[in-house]
Design a protein around this ligand. Sequence first.
Ligand code: KG4
Ligand code: ZN
Length: 381
Amino acid sequence: MSEVFILGIESSCDETAAAVVRSGEEVISNVVYSQIATHQPYGGVVPELASREHLRAIVPVVRKALEDASQTYESIDALAVTKGPGLAGALLVGVSYAKALAYALKKPLIGVNHLEGHIHAVLLEERQHGNHELEFPVLALVVSGGHTHLFLAERQGAGWIYHDVGHTRDDAAGEAFDKVAKLLELGYPGGPLIDFLSGHGNPLAVKFPFAQIKHPDRNPQNRYGKDERRADFSYSGIKTAVLRYVETHDLRASIAQRRRVLGQLASPAPLDVLAACDAEVLDLVASFQRAMVNDLVSKTLAAAREHGVATVLVTGGVAANSELRTAFQKSAAEDGLPVHFPSRRLSTDNAAMIAAAAYPRFIAGEFADSELSPDAGLRLR
Ligand code: KG4
Ligand code: ZN
């Protein structure tokens, strides 16, 4: 088939996004309207506000994505939309809009799993750089504000099938970054700020031990046999450990002082936040990040060895973290494993990844019907 232009639409959390991707391998346009300013005062995403903002933004965001791509509603070949997982009301905005548009335009519609989208962000850019073949099996760490998941991926026809070989038992890694930033009054979202501030602190100052949650998987469905070991994650404990540190080291007053200082600025820049931090909090933040990075890298690479994988992919918002990237590159190289990340722009939520994930399904003719509805708890298989 000649060139295929797919319009992707993403609205699962706090970004309203639309993009046009050519044949699953070239981003033609990529528009992301972030709701950060709306949720900032609450230090986290407020679902009702997210739905309202998606309703406001979706039409202009889609129009801009088409304009930037020099495409029209009529010229695109198909539409793709995130059907889950995510916030139910937020997903509903994207799915309803995409269904109405596909119906009116008489174009095929493809429903995409958001987690598969994050994986395709890496594949899309690899293809864009001329790397069309990854070696299988592939282990993908999807690590974001809502997810921390290890998927073992294998090829099936034009698409992939996924096995869940580890996931978080409680908080997602990005959620831990955001909650620690909120506790320390650093701002929202916490990940990029902690990433920046960590470069100014001593990562060895505070020790955060992690529980090793490893056990033989007792799930009889497990295709790897009874003795297969899972590597699950848990990030609610480290958040409590930071809270305990704040209390035992009397950091409350300096946190309140930072809230006052930053509260006077309309939108504090990372350098403003840095200026409002003392050495003790910078050391705490750097140590927190080091502990998170060590846990993510060591568990992922242990699972990679366990399953004998040929390639590791790391994707999702937290994959934008500089220390995580460096640590993965270094440790994976020691194991002789290639590790691929998306660019920072495609690490966090976007619709180019949704349009890219839809391409193999377009080729296979896997189209959604009028029954397509959002599924907040959708699993990836
Ligand atoms: O993929 P994403 O945009 O949305 C979800 O699907 O959740 O991920 C957002 C998450 C937030 O928790 C944010 O703090 C985190 O990714 N994040 C980072 C960085 N940039 C974004 N975490 C650590 N370091 C970063 N540089
Ligand atoms: Zn995401």
